[in-house]
Design a protein around this ligand. Structure first.
Ligand code: FES
Length: 362
């Protein structure tokens, strides 16, 4: 992993040493952040440079990261973004839609406002350029190897286009998109993000096929229609990102044909296993608030309802931002149905529910 900028620059290191001598017992960060909020080595930060509308309810946020950002994410990865609203940080993860490039010194995420998504709505409709946000490093393995496979297929629904856009833009920047088919479903043309850019790409690369599907008229693409839009789909390495129902159908389809290894799937929502946990009395930190929780409410949601400042990123068990040690009691992982009850064991509060009374170490 590349060292943070401050570790690589001797001038910055000396400035920091001098600052430390002058500012002890306070940390130099405390003073530097007053001069420029992006000069913090304690946490990754960024400044929102622009909010560019993409559709009626989606926008691209162009963010200039501060110290410590290395601009070397893999196309297809996501980042965490933390925004302060009414004194509390709200975290969420979004795929990067930009290419990994140092030159512009910015990164971008494209966010779709969801009806029930308080933060996504704020990011699309309420974020002023100049706002300082917290950032979590890029993560995720929905990426394409370099060099890419000779034949690729992208199955995309709605905002699932964002990681694929980063991948396509990166391939385009390298000057060669291999034999690739993109099947992109959106409600209608107005709701289709990046549609003009994608059409131009399809004109420039004869081996890139862009299949537009409007679900208002044609319904969601079903697995058995795959032969119609991409007859040689089974010869291609596939990346699929979109609504859970669509991903489930395609995962099942590939399994049926013994091709599970050929499909990479990125989910934006939690897939819960069946069954239920008992629920119980959950205590947030020894001596902290205690609430009665049912067996369907995640510990993260329960803590938030109780007014506890819970950290989170993806809210679906991927990023581990929400991990906290269990002090006592048992919890159940919603994805696997497995119970955990070792004191000191780290649990993911966004995908765990109480399986009886328990206490979290916060
Ligand atoms: S918030 Fe990402 S794993 Fe829990």
């Amino acid at each position: 992993m590349t060292a943070p900028l401050i570790e690589r620059s001797s001038a910055l290191r000396q400035l920091r040493r001098l600052g430390k001598a002058m500012t002890t017992p306070l940390l130099p960060d405390d003073y530097l952040a007053l001069i420029n909020p992006l000069w913090s080595q304690r946490e990754l930060r960024g400044r929102v440079e622009k909010v560019v509308p993409e559709t009626e309810n989606a926008a691209t946020l162009v963010i200039r990261p501060g110290w410590g950002w290395t601009f070397d994410h893999a196309p297809g990865q996501y980042i965490g973004i933390g925004v302060e609203i009414d004194g509390r940080f709200h975290w969420r993860s979004y795929s990067l839609s930009s290419v990994p490039l140092v030159e512009g010194k910015t990164v971008s995420i494209t966010v779709k406002a969801m009806p029930e998504g308080f933060l996504s709505d704020h990011l699309v409709n309420g974020l002023e350029p100049g706002t300082i946000v917290r950032l979590a490093s890029p993560q995720g393995d929905f990426t394409v190897p370099d060099p890419p496979p000779e034949k690729m297929l992208f199955l995309v629904g709605g905002s699932g286009i964002t990681p694929v856009m980063s991948i396509l833009r990166t391939l385009d920047r390298r000057g060669s998109i291999p034999d690739a088919v993109l099947v992109y479903s959106a409600r209608n043309e107005d709701d289709m993000m990046f549609v003009h850019e994608l059409r131009v790409l399809a004109l420039r690369y004869t081996n890139f096929t862009f299949y537009e599907r409007f679900t208002d008229a044609d319904g969601m693409l079903t697995a058995d229609q795959l032969d119609d839009v991409c007859p040689d789909w089974s010869d291609r390495t596939t990346w699929a990102c979109g609504p859970a129902g669509m991903l489930d159908a395609f995962t099942q389809h590939y399994e049926t044909y013994g091709l599970s290894d050929q499909i990479h799937v990125e989910r934006f929502t939690l897939a819960a296993a069946g069954g239920s946990a008992a629920g119980g009395e959950v205590t947030f930190g020894v001596g902290g608030p205690t609430v009665d929780v049912d067996g369907a409410t995640t510990l993260l949601e329960a803590g938030e309802k109780a007014g506890v400042n819970m950290l989170f990123g993806c809210r679906m068990g991927i990023c581990h931002t929400c991990d906290v040690p269990l002090a006592s009691g048992r919890v159940r992982d919603l994805r696997s149905g497995d119970e955990h009850g070792e004191p000191g064991e780290y649990i993911q509060t966004c995908v765990s529910v109480a399986a009886g009374d328990c206490t979290l170490s916060l």
